[in-house]
Design a protein around this ligand. Structure first.
Ligand code: SF4
Length: 738
């Protein structure tokens, strides 16, 4: 058996996500001693049992899995052949789930911090002692200051049940998912405001004639079925247009690459729309039928000539016109991608509104190749904690009358600010569940300040992370491979003629190791100790799944017999409701004094000697979440800083030089990285993969590797409509080391 997986092959496979990585080969690398990860017997997966029902959570796309298990030990993950979503394909991270499961750094027992927050000394304690402390401390805080004195920062499917408990039953309004707020929350709200549709990533790229990406670096940003659609579209001849200051993986496949000046995308979108309207190259019938406030919109963006945008965006007039004409020639079958991690400049709601308006202007809604809302299965029951009458009292957003278009939950910054200042009330207890806020939101010193003033901090996670260093009690959660906690639903990835839907409950592939417990058990035990025992909605994860599935007449056993995924007839995803409206002018926004038509808000240019710090994804990590994974960090050990080749000459830097980054406020990166000299980035920007430079020494595979870009984001910009942080408003210079 071939055992020599090359780095090149591994990365290639990872970057297309179109085929399952042969894990035996990756395992062989691990076995060779290059990385100290446990143990897949080299040779074969003979005599393994195939366990169905896995649902990946190395990222949040949730591909469906099967596990090869021998003697209770997971040896390999594969895509579930029954899946009409990812099929048998997994990305590199999905395959790396095995290494996550057996990562020796994982949390194993409940821990108590007998040192300082930030410099913890951990003492192993029993579950009873840990839960007693959590129940007592949290109850004391609620009794003294009210439910609103708790801040809850959850993330991922594991955190839904605890979030509901604290928000609904205990009643705190201070719940924020930082990695949702600082990611796609803005996008969802801008599209809902414009099209009454939360877009997710539901663009039918497989059947598009043009795919239009604004900063989306598909191929480096990988979600398997999404990438399949993208590649299928390209294979079928779709033209690809990419706006990106960097020559990304997507730009390398583009028919038109626009190396746009960072922060000016909205200007270009407005100019494209103005040109289309002035030349009657838009979907006139669609706009007449579904458009709201179109005349005000057309009038309001008139100033955006191609020439003006060209100057602002540092893009030739001819290229903007070329993009506009290409879109017009192929409308309505154009996939205007709404993006995913879209919190860039603190003016992001407006850019997302512009994208949604462009989608409407081209009539690219509910049609082949356009924005399509697939119709998934209905009827699953949502199991919930009962809502207290006082729930929501003290809502900071309402009290401050700001961010009227915020995603669900409270803007993270409002909670952080209130906790630090004590105004308008004290926030003294903090529960962080599967969330590493040190790396998710900028202003790390403020996050630490917030935690330092708490009376009690509880963290629950599968791994130690930078934020768990600030916990008083740290609890070990089960990973997604060891529990039942989520039901993934959807439709086939390519919107093919054979319409189908699927229901895939997450089932444990192996038993939890050490003393790890699932979230439902943990929360129920804390709830009992806080006096909410009579409110508990389900006693176990299996019961929760059973109750949810009752709504669609299914059981876990039945789905297991069906191969882990229930498939049923679906519906044609195309077509629009008669009452679909496109709010080119939003009266609702006008009422709250926000710009009612999409508006370009310029960003500050880099000061002399500095370059804008841009960041993005590597296909080998889900930001910091997977950074300690022994297999993945081995393949992508640091995040080299991309520097334009001409700039490198001016600065006297060579490819491979070691540098430290220093930002406009004089903040230096704690660690160093190497320089990647390339013509594939503009001169006014540098680029890093996000999520590196972890500081927690308990993450032995990843500590101090690469540079933590979040630590350099000290200038904070808040998006007025949504309250989310913009994260590309900081500038750096490079200091050569040695
Ligand atoms: S895209 Fe990769 S990491 Fe994300 S769920 Fe699918 S296999 Fe897992």
């Amino acid at each position: 058996m071939a055992m020599n997986l090359t780095r090149r092959n591994f990365l290639k496979t990872a970057s297309i996500a179109a085929a399952s990585v042969p894990l035996s080969k990756v395992a062989a690398r691990a076995e060779s001693g290059v990385v100290k990860t446990p143990q897949v017997a080299p040779g074969s997966f003979k005599n393994t049992k195939t366990v169905v029902g896995g649902v990946c959570e190395m990222c949040f796309w949730r591909c469906q899995l099967v596990g090869k298990v021998r003697d209770g030990r997971l040896l390999k993950l594969e895509g579930n052949p029954k899946s009409i979503d990812n099929g048998v394909s997994l990305c590199a991270r999905g395959n790396g789930g095995v290494a996550m499961l057996y990562d020796p750094d994982r949390l194993k027992y409940p821990l108590k911090n007998v040192g300082k927050r930030g410099e913890p000394k951990w003492e192993r304690i029993s579950w009873d002692e840990a839960l007693d402390i959590c129940g007592k401390k949290l109850k004391e805080i609620v009794d003294k200051h009210g439910a609103k004195s708790l801040a809850i920062f959850p993330h991922g499917s594991t955190a839904r049940y605890p979030m509901d408990f604290f928000e609904r039953t205990v009643g705190t309004p201070n719940v924020s998912e930082p990695s949702f707020f600082q990611c796609r929350g803005v996008r969802d709200m801008a599209y809902i405001t414009t099209l009454e549709i939360a877009p997710d990533e539901d663009v039918d790229m497989a059947n598009a004639k043009v795919i239009f990406l604004v900063g989306s670096h598909l191929g480096e940003n990988i979600h398997v079925s999404h990438i399949k659609g993208y590649l299928k579209g390209l294979e079928r001849g779709a033209k690809l247009v990419v706006l990106d200051p960097r020559f990304s993986a997507a730009a390398s496949k583009a028919h038109i690459w626009v190396p746009i000046r960072p922060g000016t995308d909205t200007a270009m979108l407005l100019a494209i729309m103005n040109y289309l309207i002035e030349n009657e190259k838009y979907a006139v019938d669609f706009v007449e039928e579904h458009g709201e406030g179109f005349d005000e919109f057309a009038e309001g963006i008139k100033e955006w000539t191609l020439e003006r945008a060209a100057a602002e965006c540092d893009v030739p007039v001819a290229q903007i016109k070329q993009v506009a004409d290409l879109l017009a020639e192929n409308m309505p079958n154009v996939a205007i991608h709404p993006g995913r991690h879209v919190t860039w400049y603190g003016n992001d709601f407006q850019r997302e509104r512009a994208l949604a308006c462009l989608t409407g202007l081209l009539g690219a809604v509910g049609v082949q190749g356009g924005l399509v809302k697939p119709k998934g299965p209905k009827g699953l029951k949502r199991i919930n904690w009962p809502k207290a009458e006082t729930a929501g009292e003290g809502d900071l957003r309402r009290m401050q009358d700001v961010h009227h278009f915020h995603p669900p939950g409270c803007p993270t910054e409002l909670i952080r600010e209130a906790a630090i200042s004590g105004d308008p009330y004290p926030i003294k207890g903090c529960v962080i569940w599967g969330q590493n806020m040190i790396q998710t939101i900028p202003g790390q010193d403020r996050t630490i300040k917030m935690l330092e003033q708490m009376d009690f901090v509880l963290c629950t996670d599968i791994m130690p992370t930078d934020i768990t260093m600030y916990a008083d009690i740290l609890l070990p959660d089960c990973s997604y491979l060891e529990k039942y906690d989520f039901i993934k639903t959807g439709t086939q990835w390519d919107f093919s003629d054979e319409h189908q839907q699927y229901i895939a409950p997450r089932m444990a592939l192996v038993e939890p190791g050490f003393e790890r417990k699932d979230s439902i058990w943990i929360v129920n035990e804390i709830a009992k100790r806080m006096g909410y025992g009579d409110k508990i909605p389900v006693v176990s994860q299996e019961e929760m799944m059973a109750q949810s599935l009752e709504g669609v007449g299914l059981t876990l056993d039945k789905i297991r017999e069906e191969g882990g995924i229930h498939i049923q007839p679906g519906e044609d995803p195309y077509g629009n409701n008669e009452d679909l409206l496109v709010y080119f002018f939003s009266e609702e926004m006008d009422d709250y004094d926000y710009p009612a038509i999409p508006t370009y808000i310029p960003v500050e240019p880099p000061p002399a000697g500095y370059m804008r710090l841009l960041y993005g994804r590597t296909p080998l990590h889900t930001f910091n979440r997977s950074i300690n994974n022994p297999w993945l960090i081995h393949e992508a050990p640091i995040n080299p800083v991309w520097v334009n080749d001409k700039v490198a000459v001016r600065l006297g830097l060579k490819h491979g030089d070691t540098v430290r980054l220093v930002n406009q406020d004089g903040v230096e990166s704690r660690t160093t990285t190497t320089v990647k000299v390339t013509p594939g980035i503009r001169e006014d920007a540098v680029y890093l993969y996000h999520g590196y430079g972890t500081r927690n020494k308990e993450m032995t595979f990843s500590v101090d590797k690469g540079v933590d870009d979040t630590s350099l984001i000290t200038k904070i910009a808040i998006d007025p409509e949504s309250g989310a942080h913009g994260m590309r408003n900081n500038f750096v210079k490079l200091v050569k080391v040695g």
